[in-house]
Design a protein around this ligand. Structure first.
Ligand SMILES: [Zn+2]
Ligand SMILES: [Zn+2]
Length: 283
């Protein structure tokens, strides 16, 4: 099995050490793991700054020695687990105002895998239902959905990422708030993001974390994955978005099945930013 979306304690919201991730992965028969800690835009006085959410945090303009130290630590753990392919990844929010800095960081750090995602709409981190509710107090639901998928479309169009994470993640907070959203409410916007992913020949992630959340299905849903396959998206990446020990293998099997049902034949696992093709039938 593979898991291309795991957070270590270097993300503030994860309780998993790198060693723990490796030990559990081997125990669960997962032989390829990409650690993808967050790179998020934070408020910093005058404006927003991209910050690699490590411990301590590294801002995008920090001296390269800081991230080099982290990479050395990562390599040391990797050497202790030769049975495992451990990829040095990142889950980066797309944030247009600092596009050139983001580009420079992604070029400077020897990442294996760069996962693109959208967690922020304006100042609101929509991972939190309270923040989503605050956004929806100021804007119509249609604006929310359109804004989110437009950010994802722009992220794909930037060409900075290998795969787009949890494409319809914007549905989770409203589901937690008890709001009913139909596919027809966002289909048109979501398809524009997917068309861009297809045009760029990037992968689309099948993220199993939605199975343990209020939406109760993968991100994206089967319907959007089916469209992605028909639109020409070449492959999927499979991830559980693990932040806790029990989440490392959670729903991976289901994610593979949903991808296959949508028509996909292969998953990509990235090493040195190049896809290694893995038939879904072998997982
Ligand atoms: Zn995410
Ligand atoms: Zn994540």
């Amino acid at each position: 099995m593979i898991n291309s979306h795991v957070h270590s304690t270097l993300s503030v919201d994860s309780s998993l050490s790198l060693r723990e991730i490796c030990e559990i992965a081997l125990e669960k028969k997962i032989d390829r793991v990409a650690v993808t800690n967050h790179l998020v835009p934070i408020s910093s006085g005058s404006g927003r700054k991209i910050m690699w959410e490590l411990t301590p945090p590294i801002t995008i303009d920090a001296p390269p020695d800081l991230w080099k130290k982290h990479f050395e630590e990562f390599k040391a753990v990797r050497e202790d687990f030769p049975q495992l392919t451990l990829a040095f990844g990142i889950e980066a929010d797309f944030y247009a105002p600092i596009l050139s800095e983001l580009k420079a960081l992604l070029e400077a750090v020897p990442f294996d895998f760069v996962l693109g995602s959208t967690h922020y709409l304006n100042k609101y981190c929509i991972s939190f239902r309270e923040a989503c509710a605050a956004y929806l107090k100021e804007n119509a639901l249609e604006t929310y959905l359109k804004h989110y998928f437009e950010m994802s479309r722009e992220a794909a169009a930037s060409g900075l990422f290998d795969s787009m994470a949890h494409l319809d993640y914007c549905l989770e907070a409203p589901a937690e708030l008890g709001m009913k959203i139909e596919l027809r409410d966002y289909e048109e916007f979501a398809k524009k993001s997917i068309d861009e992913i297809a045009r760029r020949k990037m992968a689309i992630e099948v993220n199993s974390c939605g199975l343990r959340k209020a939406v109760k299905n993968t991100f994206p849903s089967f319907e959007l994955l089916e469209y992605a396959y028909a639109a020409g998206v070449p492959a999927v990446t499979i991830g559980s978005d693990a932040h806790r020990a029990g989440e490392i293998d959670f729903g991976l099997r289901e994610a593979v099945e949903v991808a296959k049902k949508a028509g996909f034949e292969n998953a990509w696992f990235f090493v040195e930013r190049k896809p290694v093709e893995i038939p879904l039938s072998s997982l």
